[in-house]
Design a protein around this ligand. Structure first.
Ligand code: ADP
Ligand code: ADP
Length: 232
């Protein structure tokens, strides 16, 4: 249902001699129930790949599937609906609304979509992320780590099939980073989600089932970790 794949994705920025092939024929597959890290040097195409997989950016050629849906076949409205209903995003910048409490930030997208949260799952998300006594705080009253955990809760509370995370631990101390990663891990195990995260952080990558290595806009290799049970 939530499997994500790309076939021969090519993305070129600019043209003429200054053109950059950010993606140079990337074919990948991310299975449901799997947490995958995308790693590689700066400029290797990680962010571009994540944005194309998530339907936030369009490739020049190639295809992206989320479940049975091919993204380039969708119009703007259908793409917006797919992102809203089936995809969760965790970004390095938290994009929380400053006037809303943590709880309202977490629930806003669901409410705008006319959905209600599963209260039991909401409580589990909030507890696992250590946010129970922070729900009535505004973002300005929260630490950076707490804000990132609120952003993480917001991405997961609607139980999306697929979660895309761009450097989810980039601004966090190692303790808070470990909380966020353990939470993503637990969420994958509980819900059988597909989680794809871009990271520079080898510790973050150690929580993944698999690492896809990019170099110069191509898949340069793959690393499979043994079982992840011990992390929980
Ligand atoms: P990474 O996330 O691995 O650092 P990016 O996907 O951000 O790599 O970038 C891949 C390549 O594409 C780099 O050479 C980068 O400079 C270039 N690039 C990325 N975004 C743009 C853009 N909007 N305009 C021009 N070049 C870009
Ligand atoms: P990271 O390396 O953490 O993936 P970057 O700092 O390379 O991120 O890029 C941040 C943003 O700037 C991205 O949205 C990317 O598309 C854009 N970007 C990256 N390289 C270029 C570039 N050469 N020209 C224009 N925009 C770029």
């Amino acid at each position: 249902r939530g499997a994500v794949s790309s076939h021969e994705l090519v993305k070129v920025y600019g043209n003429g001699p200054a053109a950059v092939r950010a993606l140079d024929g990337v074919s990948t597959e991310f299975r449901a129930g799997e947490l995958t890290a995308i790693m590689g040097p700066s400029g290797s195409g990680k962010s571009t790949l994540l944005h194309c997989l998530a339907g936030l950016d369009t490739a020049g050629s190639g295809t992206v599937h989320i479940g049975r849906t091919e993204l380039t076949s969708l119009g703007d409205k259908a793409l917006t609906r797919l992102r809203r209903d089936r995809i969760g995003f965790v970004f390095q910048s938290f994009n929380l609304l400053p006037t809303l409490t943590a709880e309202d930030n977490i629930l806003l997208a669901l409410r705008l979509a006319g959905r209600t949260a599963d209260r039991e799952w909401f409580a589990r998300v909030v507890d696992l992320l250590g946010l129970r006594d922070r729900l009535r705080h505004k973002p300005s009253e929260l630490s950076g780590g707490q804000q990132q955990r609120v952003a993480c809760a917001r991405a997961l509370v609607g139980k999306p099939d697929v979660v895309f995370a761009d450097e989810p631990t980039g601004n966090l101390d190692s303790r808070t980073g470990a909380d966020v990663l353990a939470f993503l891990r637990a969420s994958v195990s509980d819900l059988g989600q597909t989680v794809v995260m871009v990271t520079h952080d080898p510790i973050a990558a150690s929580y993944a089932d698999r690492v896809v290595l990019l170099a110069d806009g191509r898949v340069a290799g793959e690393i499979h970790w043994p079982t992840q049970e011990s992390v929980l």
